[in-house]
Design a protein around this ligand. Structure first.
Ligand code: WQD
Length: 337
């Protein structure tokens, strides 16, 4: 069975392609290479021995999307990762985010509804909850007004999918990720942030590698045990496996609603300082960091309730924070060697 993975050369996309191939799916990757390298195909091949089909397409070009689905009309579903995802950049350049994250979703769904099997897995984010009142965060926690155009595109994207599924053959699963980190154990694929990393873990590994002078910890005056923000850091391989399970659920028509939503996290919150200390333990290296002021837009705490994903989706994160950090460190050393 053939599956389309948009953004399949990206961080989460490439790990999901590997898990799809492990489950016997044939994969067609769509990527415009704006934030990924074609060399990732070799990494995937080195892991699974199968080279995915790859089409270099910019999903903002409606005609290119139409042409693609004329060629690949036998696909059984789409897993949609391709999107811009830098919160800060989205504030500076909202129209880039609305064009790249919304127009492309509309063009994909227009083609999907014409296929015999209209299964759609959407890459959403815990960012839709903003600062949730209650921890752990459940799927029925209220969706707060978005704190950034990026977060808004995820909220709007979910609504577009819900509205479309109501009146078409589309069945969808919305996966709200918490904080994806780590890399495949083989170190053949991993996170490749362009420029200065915005996210915590790649900044940590680049600092440990000597590429960055020191890590700035954005605030230690939050109402948390050690004053630093709490997040739910989930290994990207666990996250990838959840996508395959979600797709199989739709293919086997096990979904109880046309659109189902799941939080994907470990259920455990870790503070920035706890992540730093865990990294120092797994790497055997002291990390150079300093406490600075808060970062605009950061929320204090977010970690997932895993109950629905465990009981309904039948998925549970298996890998620990330490394993994720060790894999991220192994990957950083590999790409800099
Ligand atoms: C985590 C914690 C920072 C960098 C974002 C997006 C979210 C998703 C994941 C796309 C925070 C602190 C960070 C640094 C620091 N992306 N930090 N120094 O902000 O929770 O989530 O990335 O879907 O949508 O919002 O992740 O890794 O940026 O920050 O102290 O150099 O680490 O303050 O508390 P975040 P993050």
């Amino acid at each position: 069975m053939k599956v389309v993975v948009t953004g399949g050369l990206g961080f989460i996309g490439s790990h999901t392609v590997v898990e799809l191939q492990n489950e016997g799916f044939e994969v067609v990757i769509i990527d415009n290479l704006s934030n990924a390298s074609e060399k990732v195909l070799d990494g995937i091949y080195n892991i699974t021995g199968q080279k995915p089909l790859f089409e270099k397409i910019d999903l903002r070009e409606k005609s290119a999307v139409q042409h693609f689905f004329k060629k690949y009309h036998d696909v059984v579903g789409i897993i949609h990762f391709a999107a811009s995802k830098a919160v800060g950049e989205s504030v500076e350049n909202p129209l880039l985010y609305y064009e790249n994250n919304i127009n492309t979703l509309v063009y994909l769904l227009q083609e999907l509804t014409a296929l015999p099997q209209a299964n759609f897995i959407f890459s959403s984010s815990c960012t839709v909850y903003g600062q949730a009142e209650k921890m752990p965060i459940t799927e029925d926690a209220s969706v707060q007004p978005a704190m950034s155009p990026y977060g808004n595109t995820k909220q709007i994207g979910e609504e577009i999918i819900r509205d479309t599924a109501k009146v078409t053959n589309v069945n969808a699963v919305l996966l709200r990720y918490f904080n994806p980190i780590g890399a495949h154990a083989s170190a053949e694929i991993g996170e490749l942030p362009l420029g200065v990393p915005q996210n915590l873990v790649p900044f940590i590994t680049q600092t440990a590698m000597g590429l960055r002078e020191k890590l700035s910890v954005f605030g230690n005056d939050y109402p948390t045990p050690d004053g630093t923000c709490i997040r739910d850091y989930i290994h990207v391989v666990d996250l990838a496996k959840a996508h395959v399970i979600a797709l199989q659920r739709l293919l086997n028509e096990q979904n109880v609603e046309k659109v189902e939503t799941f939080n994907l996290g470990t259920g455990t919150g870790s503070s920035v300082l706890e992540v730093i200390h865990a990294f120092e333990k797994v790497s055997g290296q002291k990390l150079n960091y300093q406490i600075v002021g808060r970062r605009e837009g950061d929320i204090t705490s977010a970690y997932a309730s895993t109950n629905k994903a465990n009981t309904v989706l039948g998925w549970k994160a298996q890998l620990s924070l330490e394993e994720a950090l060790a894999s991220a460190w192994k990957w950083e050393q590999k790409i800099r060697s």
